[in-house]
Ligand binder design. Sequence first.
Ligand code: SF4
Length: 196
Amino acid sequence: MPRPVRFNIHPIEADTAGAVSVAEAPEGYTGEGFFTTKLSDVVGLARKNSLWPLPFATSCCGIEFMATMGSHYDLARFGSERVGFSPRQCDLLMVMGTIAKKMGPVLRQVYLQMAEPRWVIAVGACASSGGIFDTYSVLQGIDQIIPVDVYVPGCPPRPEAILDGIMNVQKLVGQESIRRRNSEQYQALMNSYGIQ
Ligand code: SF4
């Protein structure tokens, strides 16, 4: 005799009133049937709300990222649910975990394979500074080999901190000029990492 399966016997009605928000419009002029703004702001608005992350997870911090993707924290709320493992289709490299020096060239290659514009988050103490592993074999921060836009502190950082890091990247992306990547300063930054 199979046991009756009972679940959700007291379903709770979700309170969705006010839970759905729309992206904030950029600064501009609005009138009867029109809205004008800067092209840079529109591109920034689209980019920041559709980041495609590439998770480069090597250890414990990656587990926190899994929680960040779960239904409770839900990265999809930020338009970033399309996590991919193809560098050419992603624009946000999330490095989570201890990066051994042997792994350095691999990480750098993944970064190089991503198309511009691309952004990088160092999640956790290990990716940011080597963390507690002050040893001969561990890279003391991924910014020794690739440029980093946002650092998320913690060992490990909680999912809220990872979300905060993503929101900070969104801020950068939304405010970035579409000409920044062609600027001399950006070229100089890339050259300092030996990237053409
Ligand atoms: S920062 Fe801490 S939790 Fe994250 S990978 Fe390093 S040791 Fe693990």
